[in-house]
Design a binder for this molecule. Structure first.
Ligand code: PLP
Length: 380
């Protein structure tokens, strides 16, 4: 008998919705024409892409010409930051040490090349960005500045006050990029209200396909092509479009938007339930970051006291068929989590496990996972 799998790593990726697969399938089979072709089979697909763009733009309350389809969050973050430096002339980047590596490594690369200087905002004890520190850095910046701050942290789930951060950027004339990969598809985002220049999204974080995403670029910005070649994406990002990825991205976002209230309510309850169950563990469990109801409802980052039993917790959970992660999927390699280091969580004292949920997570999944944790920690 194959072992049952309990999937609690939805911040890393989500299973695709069957309805999204259904929407994509025709574009893999019968509707395979190149969207740049001059005959019907291709032209229909060009229309399908533009329809998808219009739908996505509508959801963000913006116009279609601000939306570029990309391969996902990493590409979009790289593009936004490099364009802000190389096309808009930013010489100073203000960011935080908690950003995803798609942002941090891009910034570090530009700094190493001598193209920018970088400042990092101070953090509060719970990992929230200190907005006074952001304002001080902005006020003292003499160069053209880009602020890059993620909307929600993928490891600890802290949510930035993106409106306030954007207003500060406007006040001091800085450009503002926000990595919204963990919030698009999970929260309504209206770009009419939020003063932001670039946001990014990734389809596989909300039951869409991997390798699909968007970059939003504020209409006021004058940009050069991100990728040179053909005239796709209005000449900005050349290359034959990931047609079924684009269709899947739009379908998944549309579904997530329609289900927002219901999904948020149900998933939030699961998070609260798991937190409560883990609080009953006698070895003690702590919760990293701000895990109030204002935090990302899909993520619960838990610290267990370091012991012989807890140090292989993730592997032991895996043996029991439970998928969770130590931090972000991308920073699970050597050196541990840069986010935990930045918020000063002592690695020698705790084993960190990030549990993350989706609309497919059930209360029973949580019960099985909590029982497994207890068993591994020798509590039953
Ligand atoms: N930014 C954040 C906050 C993420 O969580 C991720 C994915 O883990 C990315 C960027 C990268 O997105 P993608 O996997 O689409 O490249």
């Amino acid at each position: 008998m194959t072992q049952e799998m309990i999937y609690l790593d939805n911040a890393a990726t989500t299973p695709m919705s069957p309805l999204v697969v259904e929407a994509m399938l025709p574009y893999m089979t019968t509707h395979f024409g190149n969207p740049s072709a001059a005959y019907g089979l291709g032209l229909e697909n060009r229309l399908a892409i533009e329809h998808a763009r219009k739908m996505v733009a509508g959801i963000f309350n913006t116009s279609p010409d601000t939306i570029y389809f990309t391969s996902g969050g990493t590409e979009s973050n790289n593009t936004a930051i490099k364009c802000a430096v190389r096309e808009l002339g930013c010489k100073h980047i203000i960011s935080s040490p908690l950003e995803h590596h798609a942002t941090l490594h891009t910034i570090e690369y530009l700094e190493k090349k001598g193209e920018v200087r970088v400042s990092y905002v101070l953090l509060h004890d719970d990992g929230h960005v200190n907005l006074n520190s952001l304002e001080e850095l902005l006020a003292s910046s003499e160069e053209k500045t880009l602020v890059s701050l993620m909307h929600a942290n993928n490891e600890i789930g802290n949510v930035l006050d993106i409106q306030r951060a954007g207003e500060l950027c406007r006040k001091y004339g800085a450009y503002f990029h926000s990595d919204t990969v963990q919030t698009v598809g999970h929260y309504p985002i209206s770009l009419k209200e939020i003063p932001v220049d670039f946001i990014t999204a990734s389809g596989h974080k909300f039951h869409g396909p991997k390798g699909s995403g968007i970059l939003y670029v504020n209409k006021k910005l004058k940009m050069e092509p991100f990728i040179h070649g053909g005239s796709q994406e209005r000449g900005m990002r050349a290359g034959t479009e990931n047609l079924y990825g684009i269709i899947g991205f739009a379908a998944a976002l549309d579904m997530a938007t329609k289900r927002y209230e219901e999904d948020k309510k149900n998933i939030s309850q699961l998070k609260v339930y798991m937190k409560r169950q883990l609080m009953g563990i006698s070895v003690g469990a702590t919760f990293n970051g701000d895990c109030s109801e204002d935090s990302l409802y899909t993520v619960l980052s838990v610290g267990f006291p370091k012991s012989d039993r807890s140090q292989n917790l993730l592997l032991d959970l895996n043996v029991k068929g439970i998928c969770a992660s130590g931090g972000s999927a991308c920073s699970s390699g050597a050196g541990g989590s840069h986010v935990m280091r930045a918020i000063d969580i002592n690695h020698n004292d705790q084993t960190t496990v990030r549990f993350s949920f989706s609309r497919y997570t059930m209360i029973r999944d949580i019960d099985v996972a909590v029982d497994a944790v207890k068993e591994i920690l020798n509590e039953c």
